[in-house]
Design a protein around this ligand. Structure first.
Ligand code: ADP
Ligand code: ADP
Ligand code: ZN
Length: 220
C-alpha cells in the first residue's frame, strides 16, 4: 500500500504516520525529517535547504524531488510507504507520478487531514519530540505518560524544531495555502482523494484513517 498524508503544517501527518508504521509495517518517508537530517550533517542538500526552512518557505522542487527519488529506490520501500510532507507542489506531484510509473507502482490513496488554521498554530507551538527516537509529543495534547520520559524508548531528552515558532508558522501556512492546496483538486480529479476530520482527537483521526485504508484493502 502506497499512501500520501496531505495536510497543512501541524495537521498531524507525522503523528498518524508513526502509528501506521507501527500497525501496517509501512515505511514513513518524511521530507521534513530528511531535510532536517541533511541540515544537521551540513551536506550540500542541507546547505541549499537551510535558508528556506528557517524562513518557513518551501525548499526548491528539484532538491526535494532528488531526495525522494533516491529514497524510494531503496528496497524497504517495496513493501509500501507513507509519504508525509511530500508532494507539496503540483510539480512535485507530477514528478512523483513519473517516478512511480517508471517502477510500475501506483498510489492507493491521498488522505487529506483537514484542520483549521487557528488550531494549527496551537499544535505547532506546543510540539516537541524525543531526541533519541523521534516520537512526537505536545505540551497539551500528547504528553508523555511519565513526565520527562519518552513512552517509546525511555529517553529523557526532548527537542523542539527551530521553525516551530509563531512567526514562521504564518509563512508556512501561507506556503501551504498557495502552493500545496492545489494538490487537492489534482488528486480529486484522479479519484485518489479521501478526506478525514483532522480536528478530532489523535485516536479518532487514527480510527478514520484506518477506516479509509481498510476500505481500500477490501476493495482490492
Ligand atoms: P505534521 O506532521 O502534520 O506537521 P504533527 O503530527 O507533528 O503534524 O502534529 C503537530 C502537533 O500536534 C504535535 O505536537 C502532535 O502531538 C499534535 N497533534 C497531532 N494530531 C493531533 C490531534 N488530532 N489533536 C491534537 N493534537 C494533535
Ligand atoms: P510541517 O510540520 O510543517 O508539515 P515538515 O517537517 O514537513 O513540516 O517540513 C519542514 C520544512 O521543510 C518546510 O517548511 C519546508 O521548508 C521543508 N520541506 C519539507 N518537505 C518539503 C517539500 N516536499 N517541498 C519543499 N519543502 C519541503
Ligand atoms: Zn523516544
Amino acid at each position: 500500500m502506497n499512501i500520501i498524508l496531505l495536510g497543512p503544517p501541524g495537521a498531524g501527518k507525522g503523528t498518524q504516520a508513526q502509528r501506521l508504521v507501527d500497525s501496517y509495517g509501512l515505511v514513513q518517508l518524511s521530507t521534513g525529517d530528511m531535510l532536517r537530517a541533511a541540515v544537521k550533517q551540513g551536506s550540500d542538500v542541507g546547505k541549499r535547504a537551510k535558508g528556506f526552512m528557517d524562513a518557513g518557505a518551501l525548499v526548491p522542487d528539484e532538491v526535494v524531488i532528488g531526495i525522494i527519488a533516491e529514497r524510494i529506490d531503496e528496497p524497504d520501500c517495496a513493501n509500501g510507504f507513507i509519504l508525509d510532507g511530500f508532494p507539496r507542489t503540483v510539480a512535485q506531484a507530477e514528478a512523483l507520478d513519473r517516478m512511480l510509473e517508471e517502477k510500475g507502482l501506483g498510489l492507493d490513496a491521498v488522505i487529506e487531514m483537514e484542520v483549521d488554521d487557528e488550531a494549527l498554530v496551537e499544535r505547532i507551538t506546543g510540539r516537541f519530540a524525543c531526541a533519541s527516537c523521534g516520537a512526537g509529543y505536545h505540551d497539551k495534547f500528547q504528553q508523555p505518560q511519565k513526565e520527562g520520559v519518552c513512552d517509546k524508548c525511555g529517553g529523557t531528552e526532548f527537542v523542539r524544531r527551530a521553525d516551530d515558532n509563531r512567526e514562521t508558522v504564518v509563512s508556512r501556512l501561507k506556503a501551504y495555502h498557495e502552493q500545496t492546496a492545489p494538490l487537492l483538486p489534482y488528486y480529486r480529479k484522479r479519484g485518489k482523494l479521501k478526506t478525514v476530520d483532522g480536528m478530532a482527537s489523535i485516536d479518532d483521526v487514527t480510527r478514520q484513517v484506518k477506516e479509509v485504508l481498510n476500505n481500500l484493502a477490501a476493495a482490492q
